[in-house]
Design a protein around this ligand. Structure first.
Ligand code: UTP
Length: 292
């Protein structure tokens, strides 16, 4: 078994409740909150497309229909822009427009955990490896995290988990990997621990929300009961799969912003604003004013 089939599909679990952003997320999904001028979900879809992904699968929930609308053609808007000669707006729309038939949407029905959300995509993914991208994690890197992971996958096959260095004192907040021997540009993963007790983390490499997984994960998730927080946990499923298949770690060296938290979301807005000629100097001045 080589476990090296091409990765053509990506899954985006967007069915979480987003309670940390209430009341904004009462009617607007947190994935549609904007970092500068793009919704959070668009950054992650762009990263997947740049890595060669051909089919984009969204696991949504109630109140998330606007995500589907975002990736659809907005005929009335396009028509109005055309009639008014707004070519820049039209170009922006077409740049982000997925080709017909390249998106799929399914519903999780109840937010039973990330593992359960991934399992909901089983029929659309089918019997092939897939990328999994957590939309909360917006990454800033010229290469793109998933592109780097795809290169590693080309060398190793199997399952690939992206990791990133974090201060040792912070490891208890994350899923952390145990590092084994070098493998290609990455390393073999010996173990994974979800939120280790302070001082017990096997490394300071945390799992930052990007995965390439083999389809056997679906059978495991189907049989799996609830874990921590009474949710069906993806990490439990991966640990189970790791007893049958190899897992490799990729070390991401760009910047990651956890847009599921308020501070991370603001940091992302500042970082992307600094790269935008239209607003950078004004934002810098405003920050300087606040910093005294
Ligand atoms: P989070 O742990 O951030 O949970 O989910 P959440 O509900 O979205 O947000 P808070 O904590 O209440 O503010 C991590 C990722 O897993 C997805 C979320 O949409 C997010 O992308 N998820 C989580 C699901 O799709 N379904 C679930 O049942 C749980």
């Amino acid at each position: 078994m080589t476990l090296k089939k091409p990765v053509r599909k990506a899954v985006f679990p967007v069915a979480g409740l987003g309670t940390r952003f209430l009341p904004a997320t009462k009617s607007v999904p947190k994935e549609m909150l904007t970092v500068l001028d793009k919704p959070v979900i668009q950054y992650v879809v762009d990263e997947a497309r740049a890595a060669g992904i051909e089919h984009f699968i969204f696991v949504t929930g109630r109140n998330k229909a606007v995500i589907e609308d975002h990736f659809d053609l907005q005929y009335e808007l396009q028509d109005t822009l055309e009639k008014r000669g707004k070519t820049a707006g039209l170009e922006t729309l077409s740049r982000y427009q997925p080709e017909a038939g390249t998106t799929s949407f399914t519903r999780q029905q109840a937010p039973l955990g990330l593992g359960h959300a991934v399992w909901c995509a089983r029929d659309i993914v089918g019997d092939e490896p897939f990328a999994l991208l957590l939309p909360d994690m917006v990454m800033k890197d010229p290469k793109g995290c998933l592109s780097g992971m795809m290169e590693l996958y080309g060398e190793t096959g199997g399952n690939v988990v992206s990791t990133e260095e974090v201060a040792w004192e912070e490891t208890h907040k994350y899923g952390v990997v145990e590092k084994g021997d070098a493998a290609g540009a990455g390393f073999e993963i010996r173990g994974m621990v979800e939120k280790p007790e302070p001082g017990t983390a096997p490394s300071n490499l945390f799992i930052n929300g990007r995965y390439i997984l083999q389809p056997e994960i679906f059978d495991i998730l189907e049989r799996q009961g609830p874990g921590a927080g009474n949710e069906i946990q993806l990490t439990d499923g991966m640990l189970n799969l790791a007893s049958e298949q190899p897992f490799y770690g990729y070390v991401f060296e760009g910047e990651t912003f956890d847009c599921g938290s308020k501070a991370g979301f603001i940091r992302a807005n500042i970082a992307f604003a600094m790269d935008d000629d239209e607003v950078a100097s004004e934002v810098r001045e405003e920050m300087a004013r606040h910093l005294g």
